[in-house]
Design a protein around this ligand. Structure first.
Ligand code: FAD
Length: 487
């Protein structure tokens, strides 16, 4: 809805864009705004400046102040440092979009590909203090007034995607939705690296790039990268979302920022006695929805009929045919009721993207992380720098909420790598430096990263307390330069 005090059509369109609550609405209002102001978003190098000049609106000005402050950081060298680079980012999840913003600030031509055409994940992400600071700096509060009000330190995945999508568009990033990356078209004599897409006639298939950032989520990594499997003891996660009607009674119910069995034996014993539900931990966040994430014990899932038959193999155990959906809904409902002291009134499941009650069970037994964060592919003399970002780099354990914190650190580290690439540093040095920094990622916690959030930038030295950019030597990453020598 347009703000009442905006009489100019462009002001009304800007308000609609800022307030848009779906991916489609963001894209539509943005395109109408550009059309109305006669600014071409494909003109990525001067788009932001022209938009600012043509949209003389006080509400927009406070947004420009934030984005200008970020853009003026010395690391970006006025957007000159990567002005010659073309970056393809796969995935418009939070980490793909966050990386795209940094690449745009470095001056690169950035295209993001996303196979979905909507943002539908209700699940809520925990934010470390630095990510809250970072997102405030990108004007998150202007796009989402409720962003981390008071002591809140979380946000729904879809809301975070919406904020980042809006920032991306304002900075001239081209975000293409409903298009799936299927692989590479290797350089011929006349053309550079391009993408094979579905649908195959999509215009983004013509984009030639020298940097490819893979931010496609946890399921796999692209050809050339290897993953390590970290197998722990069986851990079954359940997430569920209930409608938040934002009533006074709901507001009274306290959040649970994480109760683990070892810290509160009585709570879990009482839960077991009263309901038969046996958990290792539970988190409850009040956000756009009432969101719960818990780790449940297999024995109680079997006893309560959620899992039909016992298997030692986690995939078989949690296969759809082996799960009684109704029993799962009851289990999640009862756990949510108990842990909020039966104080949440009228608990009704929110719907997921498929229009079903938003309850899901996940296997956290086996977590993956990539062995390397970067590589360079080379064909017919054309080099392609590749980087991994987000869940595909290090898969997060949701109840600990490390996904965004480590995901954004990796986004900044990747932007730092692209900066070095843009400066023309020898590519083996670029890879060695990236791998040196990557060694720190899995150990990062809010305690061992710098507390000077205002100084955070893509420069790793501003974020990690002890970073040695040369701990990995160029000679050690020879295997990360894949040269196709057949011509
Ligand atoms: P994602 O957010 O997974 O984004 C990857 C994007 O890439 C997706 O939008 C996908 O559609 C797109 N994509 C993939 N392949 C292609 C392709 N070939 N072509 C084009 N696009 C492609 N974390 C928590 O802390 N708590 C939770 O409760 C929680 N729930 C989750 C529920 C689901 C269903 C999923 C998938 C993840 C959940 N996570 C949760 C993880 C959390 O969403 C991520 O840590 C966070 O979003 C950062 O991830 P990302 O940007 O790396 O990847």
């Amino acid at each position: 809805m347009a703000n009442q005090d905006s009489t100019s059509p462009s002001h009304a369109l800007f308000d609609q864009f800022v307030q848009a609550q779906t991916c489609k609405e963001v894209q539509r209002t943005f395109s109408e705004l550009c059309h109305h102001l006669q600014v071409d978003p494909r003109d990525y190098q001067s788009f932001y400046t022209k938009l600012k000049e043509r949209l003389n609106y006080w509400k927009a000005k406070s947004l420009w102040v934030k984005l200008d402050k970020r853009a003026q950081h010395q690391d970006y060298q006025q957007g000159e440092v990567c002005a010659k680079n073309k970056c393809l980012v796969l995935g418009a999840g939070p980490c793909g979009l966050r990386t795209a913003i940094e690449l745009a600030l470095l001056g690169a031509h950035v295209v993001v590909l996303e196979k979905r055409d909507s943002f539908s994940r209700n699940n809520v992400l925990h934010l470390w203090p630095y990510t809250i600071y970072d997102l405030r700096g990108l004007a998150a509060k202007k796009f989402y007034g409720k962003f981390c009000t008071g002591a809140l330190d979380h946000i729904s995945i879809r809301q975070l995607q919406l904020i980042l999508l809006k920032v991306c568009l304002l900075l001239g990033v081209e975000v293409q939705t409903g298009v799936e990356f299927k692989g590479f078209v290797e350089p011929s004599g006349a053309t550079g690296w391009m993408a094979k897409l579905f649908p195959d006639n999509h215009p983004a298939g013509k984009f030639q790039f020298d940097v490819f950032i893979y931010a496609g989520g946890g399921s796999f990594v692209p050809y050339g990268f290897k993953r390590k499997e970290l197998r722990g003891k069986l851990a079954i996660g359940i997430t569920c979302n209930f409608i938040n009607r934002h009533t006074a009674a709901e507001a009274q119910v306290a959040e649970i920022s994480g109760v683990a069995r070892i810290y509160n034996q009585k709570f879990f014993q009482d839960l077991l006695t009263e309901t038969g539900i046996d958990l290792e931990n539970i988190v409850y966040y009040k956000d756009d929805t009432h969101y719960f994430v818990m780790t449940a014990k297999k024995k109680s899932l079997l006893k309560m009929g959620v899992i039909k038959q016992d298997f030692s193999d986690a995939d078989k155990l949690l296969a759809q045919v082996n799960v009684d959906q109704e029993a799962l809904l009851r289990y999640a409902y009862d756990a949510a009721q108990f842990s909020t002291g039966h104080c949440l009134p009228d608990m009704q499941f929110a719907q997921n993207h498929a229009g079903q009650p938003d309850v899901a069970m996940f296997d956290f037994t086996c977590m993956h992380r990539a062995e390397n964060a970067s590589l360079v592919r080379e064909r017919k003399g054309q080099k392609l720098l590749m980087g991994l970002v987000g869940d595909c780099l290090v898969e997060p354990f949701w109840p600990l909420g490390t996904g965004i914190a480590r995901g954004f650190l990796a986004a900044f580290d990747t932007a730092w790598m692209v900066r070095s690439w843009g400066k023309g540093r020898p590519h083996m040095e670029v890879l060695a430096e990236r791998e040196s920094i990557y060694q720190l990622l899995s150990q990062t916690t809010p305690e061992n990263t710098s507390k000077k959030y205002s100084a955070f930038s893509i420069d790793p030295a501003t974020r990690y307390q002890h970073v040695n950019l040369n701990s990995v030597k160029a000679i050690q990453v020879k295997n990360l330069n894949i040269i196709y020598s057949f011509y």
